[in-house]
Ligand binder design. Structure first.
Ligand SMILES: Nc1nc2c(ncn2[C@@H]2O[C@H](COP(=O)(O)OP(=O)(O)O)[C@@H](O)[C@H]2O)c(=O)[nH]1
Ligand SMILES: [Mg+2]
Ligand SMILES: [Zn+2]
Length: 356
């Protein structure tokens, strides 16, 4: 990736004045979160980073850990690795309380605008917009609506829905887009200002990643699978990720299934995709994953064209995301242990570095 000055990454006097209070640290911005580690970036390049043991020890809630969008004070270990010493105070934060647990889910920080996306066809839901607005508003963030997939409905229907939105939320910007016809993409591109950070929020399948890809230009999808060699194998990215556009804007993609309007249980997914749930009753195995099993009714319908590919793909993606979230909950207990090991290794490396 081309190197970008810290200002271009969103750094400003607010963060600088807070950095000065901490002492002589470099700063970097958190671009993505891996299992227990972070990809961070600054004008010198990208680093793979973990937080100090002290921070871990003192952490009392999820908010004490770095999140995508944070500016962090770091100590470099080498040209690829760093240790996160402190999180600089956040200007804004997008978070939500889980319904069943007393846990807060942090979505991203230092966001200027929440771009709340619904697809105009089956996803369209005013209450869901409202829930997203509340989340953004609580974090001190302005919301803008993106209505995507406008190629899927008639102009008449589109106008009806636009009126519904305007009647309910009268002071919100609305951008209409389609990645098929490219309508609205220029407008969206112009809407996104240099050095400002935009967080894409919306249910799985509404087209967040597709839109970001369009904004990024060709082959952007590649940026999703970056992995880091840390000397101990690869780390694969899990959820959110920050991207830097040619126009200078900064955007964050979100997997976004657990956000709002949906529960994090398999039941929630199945209700949403009731067609697939019904079909799965015809599968040979009760625990069929509908991906490779013999006698899978869902795959048969997909093959015959009776089940739409889009619906199937959304279902599978959403399922993967849910599994990920469920999995990370279990893994939390393991985290401290793993982290202790990392710190030990980091210390060793710092020692080595000192001796050069
Ligand atoms: N017809 C139509 N399909 C779209 C549009 N944008 C995205 N899609 C499709 O919707 C599906 C989900 O898109 P994706 O970007 O993965 O959604 P995300 O989960 O919100 O990131 C993909 O099959 C896309 O090709 C659009 O403007 N029109
Ligand atoms: Mg996506
Ligand atoms: Zn099946």
């Amino acid at each position: 990736m081309k190197k970008i000055k810290n200002e271009g990454l969103g750094y400003d006097t607010f963060f600088e004045s807070n950095r000065l209070k901490l002492g002589e640290f470099s700063v970097a911005r958190v671009v993505s979160e891996y299992k227990g580690a972070y990809k961070i970036i600054n004008s010198d390049g990208e680093y793979f980073a973990k937080v100090t043991g002290k921070r871990m020890f003192n952490a009392s809630s999820r908010e004490d850990y770095p999140t995508v969008g944070d500016w962090v004070a770091i100590t470099k270990i080498n040209s690829e690795q760093a240790v996160i010493q402190e999180i600089l105070p956040r200007k804004t934060i997008i978070k939500r309380k889980s319904i069943n647990k007393n846990e807060v889910q942090i979505i991203a920080s230092n966001i200027d605008v929440a771009l709340i996306i619904e697809s105009i066809d089956r996803d369209f839901n005013l209450n869901r917009f409202e829930r997203y607005f509340t989340i953004a508003n609580d974090g001190g963030i302005k919301s803008t609506i993106i209505l995507n997939k406008i190629d899927l409905i008639s102009r008449e229907d589109l106008n009806l829905r636009l009126n519904e939105i305007k009647n309910r939320f009268n002071d919100i910007d609305i951008i209409l887009t389609s990645i098929i016809t490219n309508e609205g993409l220029d407008e969206l591109n112009k809407y996104i200002l240099p050095k400002k950070t935009y967080c894409f929020l919306g249910s799985s399948g509404v087209g967040k990643s597709s839109l970001i890809n369009k904004l990024l230009g060709e082959n952007a999808i590649e940026t999703k699978d970056i992995s880091f060699k840390t000397g101990r194998g690869k780390h694969t990215t899990t959820s959110r990720e920050m991207y830097f556009l040619k126009n200078g804007g900064i955007v964050i993609d979100n997997p976004g299934m657990r956000e709002v309007g949906m529960t994090n249980t398999t039941l929630g997914i199945d209700n949403f995709f009731d067609e697939i749930t019904l079909l799965s009753e015809g599968c040979k195995y009760t625990d069929c994953s509908h991906t490779s099993e013999p006698g899978c009714r869902v795959l048969a319908e997909l093959k015959s064209g009776k089940l739409s590919e889009e619906k199937y793909n959304n279902y599978i993606n959403l399922k993967k995301e849910t599994e990920y979230y469920n999995m990370t909950d279990l893994e939390k207990r393991e985290k401290d242990h793993k982290f202790g090991k990392f710190i030990k290794k980091a210390k060793e490396e710092i020692e080595k570095y000192k001796n050069i």
